[in-house]
Design a binder for this molecule. Structure first.
Ligand code: 5GP
Ligand code: ZN
Length: 143
């Protein structure tokens, strides 16, 4: 991403305090704040302060820091809001419906089956083992 694009990045602007947020937690490498379009009460985003588009680009150090902060914030959500559980969601690329192109983890408090988040429900259907093996081999070859 170019300097100019980065300066237009909404999450970089939140890090730079040019756009306000409901800040839940901050440390040297990460920031956690409330999502303004919450899927559930307490829906919180955790980001790296350094700009990286997604999982494919973020440095291992920033990645570890974001997930350590996610654990800290998840404890606070459980303690304060007492949901039945928390879904951790993280999208990579427009093809996966990533909208903000700055690495972020969604912490989404859940109270299934009555929380209406049917998008996070799926039925386990047995896979075609030949196809599972074919795809597994391709991935292993690329590791
Ligand atoms: P994505 O689809 O990229 O994983 O999700 C981006 C998330 O960022 C969405 O849930 C959206 O509501 C949230 N979001 C977008 N713009 C802002 C903003 O300016 N402030 C906050 N707090 N959240 C935002
Ligand atoms: Zn950014």
């Amino acid at each position: 991403m170019t300097e100019q694009n980065q300066s237009e990045c909404i999450f970089c602007q939140i890090v730079a305090k040019k756009i306000p947020c409901f800040k839940v937690y901050e440390d040297e490498r990460t920031l956690a704040f409330s999502d303004i379009n919450p899927l559930a009460d307490g829906h919180t985003l955790v980001i790296s302060k350094n700009h990286a588009v997604n999982l494919l680009e973020i440095t291992p150090g920033d990645l570890a820091a974001v997930h350590q902060t996610s654990q800290k914030v998840a404890h606070a959500i459980m303690k304060s809001l007492k949901p039945a559980g928390i879904a951790v969601l993280q999208l990579n690329g427009a093809g996966a419906n990533q909208v903000v192109m700055h690495y972020h983890v969604h912490l989404i408090p859940r109270n299934r089956p009555n929380d209406g988040l049917t998008v996070l429900e799926w039925e386990a259907k047995p896979g075609n083992m030949k196809a599972v093996e074919r795809h597994y081999k391709k991935i292993v070859e690329a590791i």
